[in-house]
Design a protein around this ligand. Structure first.
Ligand code: ARG
Length: 464
C-alpha cells in the first residue's frame, strides 16, 4: 500500500517512524465528527458545482457506508495512514474507487482537524453542562433536607461559627453555577466553523463556507483562514474550565473524606461509592472521592501541557498541534466521570444530623455570639473580644464550655452579661440570627435554595 501523499517521495519512512508520527491510536475517537465534516464538505462542493452531482452522490453514499461501519466498529484503521483523516479517505477510496480521491478538493487536513475538534468539543461541553446541572440538583435535594441541620463552620480548619449544613452545601452549588456559566460562555468560541480555511490561505475553488458551517450546525465561522487553522484557544479554555471545575470537586472530595472519618463522623458515604480493605475488615474507604481529588492533577497537567505546546508556535499549522488531542480527550473523560461520581455520591450519602448537633454543642464556635452580645450592649467590640477571649481561656482551664459558665462568673468578667446569655449561646439560635443577606440564617438559606432551583429551571428550558 502506498501513502496518499506518495508522489513527492522516493523512500518510505521506517515502521517506527510511522508509529511516532501517527495519531490514529487516539484521533479515531473523532471518527463520527470527521465523517460528518466530510459529508458537509461534499454537500457544499456539490451545491457550488465544484463536484458533479454524480460524483458527489457517489462520495456521499460511500461516506454513509463508512458511518454505518463505524457504528458497528467494523472500520480497520492502520498506522500507515497516520491519522483519522487519511485513514477514512483511504477507506473511502477502497469503498467507491478513484472518485473518492475528489473528497479532499478545496480542503486540507488542517481545516479538517480543526473542524473535528470544534464539533467534538461542542457536544462534550453540552454534555458536561447537563451533568453539572444534575449535580447541582443533587446538592439542592440534600440542602432542602438540611436547612436546620447545624454544623461547626471552620476557618483554618479550626471551629469558627456554627452554620447550617445546607448553607455549606449550597456554597458548592454556586461554585458549580460559575463553572456551568464558564462552559456555556465558552460555547460561543467553540461553535465556530474553520472548514474552508484550507491549509492556511483559503482556496481557489468557489466554496461556500457559510453553507458548510450551517450544515454542521455551527453558529458561525472564522473570519481569518490563518486563525481558523491555528486557533487552539477554544481547547485551552476548555481545559482551563475543566481545571477550575475539578478544583471545586476536589475541595468537596476533601470535605467528604474528612467528614467520613471516625474523627468527624458527619456523613457516611454509600457502600456503592466506597471500597473495602484487603486486610482490615472494618474499613470503608472513600476511594471515589479520593480519585476525583487525585485526578485533578492530570486535568491541571493537561492544561499546562497544551499551553506549553502552543507557546512560541509560528503561524499557521504545525505538527506540534497534534499534541492537543490526548489531553483534551483525557480531560473530557475525567470531568464527565467525576461529575457522575459526585452526582451519585451526593444523592446517596447519609447525613448524620445527630452527630453534627453533638459536635456543635461542645465547642467554642459560639464565642462570637457572646462578643456580639456585649457589643450590642455598647461595649466596644475590641473590648468585648478581649473579655470573651479571657472567658474561653478560663473555660479551657475549668474543662467546660461557654454554656456551662455560671452567671456569677460571667458577671465577674462583665456586668453586662445577664441570664438571657444562655439562649443567645445556643447554636441553633446563633445560626437563625445570622439573617444578613447571603448569611447562614435559615431564611437566607431557604431563599438561596429557591433561587438555585429557579436557575436550574431556566437552564432546563434553555436546553430544550
Ligand atoms: N493528525 C493531524 C493533527 O492531529 C492532522 C492535521 C495534519 N496536518 C498536516 N498538515 N500534517 O494535528
Amino acid at each position: 500500500m502506498s501513502k496518499l501523499w506518495g508522489g513527492r517521495f522516493t523512500k518510505k519512512p521506517e515502521e517506527w517512524v510511522d508509529e511516532f508520527n501517527a495519531s490514529i491510536s487516539f484521533d479515531q475517537q473523532l471518527v463520527f465528527e470527521d465523517i460528518e465534516g466530510s459529508i458537509a464538505h461534499v454537500t457544499m462542493l456539490k451545491k457550488c458545482s465544484i463536484l458533479s452531482v454524480k460524483e458527489a452522490d457517489q462520495i456521499l453514499q460511500g461516506l454513509h457506508t463508512l458511518h454505518d461501519k463505524a457504528l458497528k466498529q467494523e472500520l480497520d484503521f492502520s498506522v500507515e495512514y497516520e491519522d483519522i483523516h487519511l485513514n477514512l479517505e483511504k477507506l473511502l477510496i477502497d469503498e467507491i474507487g478513484e472518485v473518492g480521491g475528489k473528497l479532499h478538493t478545496g480542503r486540507s487536513r488542517n481545516d479538517q482537524i480543526a473542524t473535528d475538534m470544534h464539533l467534538f468539543l461542542k457536544r462534550r461541553v453540552q454534555e458536561i453542562i447537563e451533568l453539572i446541572d444534575e449535580l447541582q440538583e443533587g446538592i439542592i435535594l440534600q440542602s432542602e433536607k438540611n436547612v436546620e441541620t447545624i454544623i461547626p463552620g471552620y476557618t483554618h480548619l479550626q471551629r469558627a461559627q456554627p452554620i447550617s449544613f445546607a448553607h455549606h452545601l449550597m456554597c458548592y452549588f454556586w461554585m458549580l453555577q460559575r463553572d456551568k456559566e464558564r462552559f456555556q460562555d465558552s460555547l460561543k468560541r467553540i461553535d465556530l466553523s474553520p472548514l474552508g480555511a484550507g491549509a492556511l490561505a483559503g482556496t481557489t475553488f468557489p466554496i461556500d463556507r457559510a453553507y458548510s458551517a450551517e450544515l454542521l450546525g455551527f453558529d458561525s465561522y472564522y473570519e481569518n483562514s490563518l486563525d481558523a487553522v491555528s486557533d487552539r484557544d477554544f481547547i485551552v479554555e476548555f481545559l482551563s474550565n475543566g481545571s477550575i471545575l475539578m478544583t471545586h470537586l476536589s475541595r468537596l472530595a476533601e470535605e467528604f473524606i474528612l467528614w467520613s472519618t471516625e474523627e468527624f463522623r458527619f456523613i457516611e458515604l454509600d457502600d456503592s461509592y466506597t471500597t473495602g480493605s484487603s486486610i482490615m475488615p472494618q474499613k470503608k474507604n472513600p476511594d471515589m472521592a479520593e480519585l476525583v481529588r487525585g485526578k485533578t492533577g492530570r486535568v491541571n497537567g493537561n492544561l499546562l501541557s497544551l499551553l506549553t505546546v502552543l507557546k512560541g508556535l509560528p503561524l499557521a499549522y504545525n505538527k506540534d498541534m497534534q499534541e492537543d488531542k490526548e489531553g483534551m480527550f483525557d480531560t473530557v473523560k475525567t470531568v464527565v466521570g467525576s461529575l457522575k461520581i459526585f452526582n451519585g455520591m451526593v444523592r446517596t450519602m447519609t447525613v448524620k444530623q445527630k452527630r453534627m448537633k453533638e459536635a456543635v454543642s461542645n465547642d467554642f464556635s459560639n464565642a462570637t455570639e457572646l462578643a456580639d452580645y456585649l457589643a450590642a450592649k455598647g461595649v466596644p467590640f475590641r473590648q468585648a473580644h478581649e473579655i470573651v477571649g479571657k472567658l474561653v481561656l478560663h473555660c479551657i482551664g475549668e474543662g467546660y464550655y461557654l454554656k456551662d459558665v455560671p452567671l456569677e462568673e460571667y458577671q465577674q468578667h462583665s456586668p453586662f452579661i445577664e441570664e438571657d446569655i444562655y439562649t443567645i449561646l445556643e447554636p441553633y439560635a446563633a445560626v437563625e440570627r445570622r439573617n444578613s443577606y447571603g448569611g447562614t440564617g435559615f431564611q437566607q438559606v431557604k431563599a438561596q435554595i429557591d433561587k438555585g432551583k429557579s436557575l436550574l429551571k431556566s437552564t432546563e428550558t434553555a436546553n430544550k
